[in-house]
Design a protein around this ligand. Structure first.
Ligand code: ATP
Ligand code: MG
Length: 235
């Protein structure tokens, strides 16, 4: 397994947010985590990236134990994080936002090639290369945030609610982008409230409820589960 999380307990103050969460992602695999507001989805991704303190458990990535590591060293191992709310640099151009994503790989000789690959994946970003990111539409900003994370050539991409707040047609574009990224061999851990999207792109999934992993299975099993259908698919 590329990523193996075991019995993870993590949180901010006195009360933990995540309770004994275990989850794995294989190389090149796409796994989705579903959950309502405050379930702990972002906390899970932030624990992997070393942003949220871990109290107990283990997060192994590509042979490294992440919970003992300084958070600033984690991106270098090959983990790209697309944060909730995108957080593009509004006063910087599209191209400069993308360069920022290569910050941890400054000596990499293939950066220009990678930038070109990202522009091919998102032709809209090439058209708007010099536009300030703060003036882009929500969907375009999402493309910038994803492209920025891809500039570090990650083995694993963490995607935090990429469809949030986007119009349905733009959600379709994000969907296609995730499929293309997965096809290029990058493993994806996607957290979403949009269960339909999450279960279409993933091979496996987990449902997080109040910090507990309450359901796990293949995407097909979850999509057929009556509780998931009622709570997350509105069926
Ligand atoms: N920096 C923080 N300090 C203290 N508590 C926090 C912090 N960030 C999140 N929390 C709390 O942790 C819990 C889980 O939050 P988290 O953001 O992980 O949920 P989520 O599933 O991502 O929700 P959403 O769907 O709204 O993004 C919430 O109760 C939240 O208030
Ligand atoms: Mg969140």
């Amino acid at each position: 397994m590329l990523l193996e999380i075991k019995d993870l307990c993590a949180g901010y103050g006195a009360a933990p947010v995540l309770h004994n969460v275990s989850l794995s992602v294989d190389s090149g695999e796409t796994v989705s985590v579903l959950g309502a507001n405050t379930a702990g989805k972002s906390t899970l991704l932030r624990s992997i990236s070393g942003i949220t303190p871990v109290r107990r458990g283990s997060i192994k990535f590509d042979g490294h134990e992440l919970i003992d590591m300084n958070g600033k060293d984690i991106p270098k191992l090959g983990i790209g994080h697309v944060p909730e709310g995108r957080h593009v640099f509004p006063k910087m151009s599209v191209v400069d936002n993308l360069w920022m994503g290569a910050f941890c790989k400054r000596k990499d000789k293939k950066l220009a090639e990678r930038m070109d690959g990202i522009m091919q994946m998102f032709p809209r970003l090439r058209e708007r290369a010099s536009q300030l990111a703060g003036t882009l539409s929500g969907g375009e900003q999402q493309m910038v945030a994803i492209g920025r994370a891809l500039m570090s050539n990650p083995k694993l991409l963490l995607l935090d609610e990429p469809s949030h707040g986007l119009a349905p047609v733009v959600v379709d574009e994000v969907h296609e982008a995730i499929v293309r990224i997965a096809k290029s061999g990058v493993a994806v851990l996607l957290v979403e409230q949009n269960a339909a999207l999450a279960l279409q792109v993933a091979s496996r999934g987990m449902v997080l409820q109040s910090g507990h992993a309450v359901l796990e299975g293949t995407a097909a099993e979850l999509a057929a589960n009556p509780d998931v259908r009622k709570a997350y698919l509105g069926i």
